[in-house]
Design a protein around this ligand. Structure first.
Ligand code: SF4
Length: 242
């Protein structure tokens, strides 16, 4: 579906409001690019706290050694990661990612991505087991400050409810369309991601959006449809036809 002037207008009005509401952030270097990649693989459908607890347990169990984690019995790594969702899938992914990186680069590092163009870096990340567009975009934006936008479930839901994305937009199309609408400034992309993520976690929640306290409700399609339904429900019944 083509991007519309309405979607662009909604971006221009709601992004500054939500960035101001949740606080503007600086895009800083990642302390460890490979750890960020592994954290991101762990983060799928998992809270930040559980992701960090699981990583810490795995890291300490294997003496802070990527080689030891790669070569550990997979059942033990699954046990280390029991705080996250789908540990039985994530543990072998992590071991396979470490093996591929070491076999290809001779080192446990993805720092070389800073030396290659964004498209090439994306293509390389897609070759890693368990890494799709969201994980690759997140690592390249957060760690390498490339102009990409990770679209998680919160960013997707808030963008759809406001009316920036058309209903039923797939994650792949959402990544492409939102990037086109927001532009290629990494600082703006980073702040869009966090403002919409936090809005989805704290206010525009999946089951119970808190529309009455929402700072962008006057721009939101979902809110407008709620209001019109409420009006319809309280309106007096039309007289029966004669
Ligand atoms: S008005 Fe409601 S549905 Fe719309 S963005 Fe705010 S919380 Fe979400």
């Amino acid at each position: 579906m083509p991007l519309t002037a309405v979607a662009q207008q909604k971006i221009e009005t709601t992004v500054p409001i939500l960035v101001n509401y949740y606080g503007e952030l600086d895009l800083k270097p990642c302390p460890d690019n490979l750890k960020e990649l592994i954290y991101t693989i762990l983060s799928h459908r998992t809270t930040k706290k559980n992701e960090q607890d699981a990583f810490k347990r795995m890291w300490e169990h294997w003496g802070g050694s990527w080689a030891a984690i790669q070569n550990a019995p997979v059942a033990e790594v699954v046990e280390d990661l029991s705080a996250v969702q789908f540990p039985e899938r994530k543990a072998p992914y992590i071991q396979a990612v470490l093996k591929k990186i070491y076999d290809e680069r001779g080192d446990y590092s993805i720092d070389f991505l800073s030396d290659i163009p964004t498209e090439q870096a994306l293509e390389w990340l897609y070759t890693l087991p368990g890494v799709g567009i969201k994980t690759a975009s997140l690592v390249l934006l957060f760690c390498f400050h490339r102009p990409l936008l990770p679209v998680d479930t919160h960013v997707h839901r808030v963008s759809t409810r406001i009316g920036i994305l058309a209903p039923q937009t797939t994650p792949e199309v959402a990544h492409r369309d939102l990037l086109e609408l927001i532009g290629d400034d990494p600082h703006r992309l980073y702040n869009f991601h966090f403002a919409f993520l936090r809005h989805g976690q704290r206010t525009c929640r999946f089951n119970s959006p808190r529309c009455e306290i929402c700072p962008v409700k006057q721009y939101c399609d979902y809110y407008a449809s709620l209001k019109s339904k409420t009006k319809g429900a309280t309106a007096p019944e039309a007289p029966a036809p004669a």
